[in-house]
Design a binder for this molecule. Structure first.
Ligand code: ADE
Ligand code: ZN
Length: 336
């Protein structure tokens, strides 16, 4: 098998996936019809044609608008199951999935409706295919810390069903420091915390995520390559970066894939994982990200083995489960 075939066929984990960003236009139209919503696009093709983004904010505007079709527990169930069904085609056996409760509670959808639907979808994939899923509740950083605290309060009756906390949405002008207190509270609950940092924002935001939010992973982090001291620190601390190559190109963080900082991050020995972020909007799921990276950089088999083993190494499952999955990756590459 070629290095690319080995990578595509290997069992893997996805650690950076926004469930709302897996809403395909076909499902959006179906849910709009089911819920009697007058969707402001003429057709699936017209909606897809709008997927031409200048930056993160122009994407987020459409992403939040499309989320309006998600209304009922069944909608959230169907969304989660559709993603996990598609993820399975890319040999994903474990997914740590972000959801943005404030996108829904602000529209009057109860927190419980969102969570129950997502959990039911994950449970269906577990019983059908043995897939493992964790849920990471993300705070929207363009909103206030007070709003984040209120959302955490809504989550408390269901805290056992939440596996971690994250920070996403518009990065520029909304530094991690804005959420220092709410993240302290999340850590007190004994949950892992992560944050988007260094996607569009400067390396300074990565330092803040590490020092003030005390995250266990950095989501994106691709602008770390601009700061050699930060790169050394991330390597020394073994701090994982959940990198999303197609997303970065579609949101114009890099002009094209060959300009991506991924090779520089790997050369520094960082614990990089590959992920799809919002695959319905960015031109593909994890397999498509792997193909695009391979087309640009032509990585050898050991590099792919490292990237895929990292997806388990950086996951929030037990150490024993991590070791068992990494052994599967090693066996897959050894069989070549
Ligand atoms: N929410 C969904 N996708 C995102 C991204 N790439 N960056 C920040 N917030 C997001
Ligand atoms: Zn993201």
């Amino acid at each position: 098998m070629s290095p690319l075939e080995l990578a595509l066929s290997c069992p893997k984990a996805e650690l950076h996936l926004h469930i709302e960003g897996s809403l395909e236009p076909e499902l959006a139209f179906a849910l709009a019809a089911r819920n009697g919503i007058d969707f402001p696009y003429a057709s699936v093709e017209a909606l897809r044609a709008a997927y031409d983004f200048a930056d993160l904010q122009s994407f987020l505007d459409l992403y939040y608008a499309c989320a309006d079709v998600l209304r009922t527990e069944a909608d959230f169930h169907d969304l989660m199951l559709a993603y996990l069904r598609r993820a399975r085609e890319d040999q994903i056996i474990h997914a740590e999935v972000f959801f943005d409760p404030q996108t829904h509670t602000a529209r009057g959808i109860p927190f419980e409706t969102v969570l129950r639907g997502l959990r039911a979808g994950a449970e269906a994939a577990r019983s059908e295919w043995g897939m493992s899923t964790q849920l990471i509740m993300s705070f929207l950083r363009h909103l206030s810390e007070e709003d984040a605290f209120a959302t955490l309060e809504q989550a408390m009756p269901f805290i056992d069903q939440i596996d971690g906390f994250g920070l996403d949405s518009s990065e520029r002008g909304h530094p991690p420091s804005k959420f220092e207190r709410v993240f302290a509270r999340c850590r007190e609950l004994g949950k892992p915390v992560v944050a988007h940092a260094g996607e569009e924002g400067p390396p300074a935001y990565i330092y803040e995520a590490l020092d003030l939010l005390k995250v266990g992973r950095i989501d994106h982090g691709v602008r770390a390559s601009e700061d050699p001291a930060l790169m050394q620190r991330l390597a020394r601390e073994g701090m994982p970066l959940t990198v999303c190559p197609l997303s970065n190109v579609r949101l114009r963080v890099f002009a094209d894939m060959r300009q991506h900082s991924l090779p520089a991050l790997l050369a520094q020995g960082l614990v990089v994982t590959l992920n799809s972020d919002d695959p319905a909007y960015f031109g593909g799921y994890l397999g498509a990200n792997i193909r695009a990276v391979h087309a640009a950089f032509g990585f050898d088999a050991p590099t792919w083995q490292t990237l895929i083993a990292n997806s388990f190494r950086a996951s929030f499952v037990s150490a024993a489960q991590r070791a068992a999955w990494i052994a599967q990756v090693d066996a897959h590459f050894a069989s070549a």
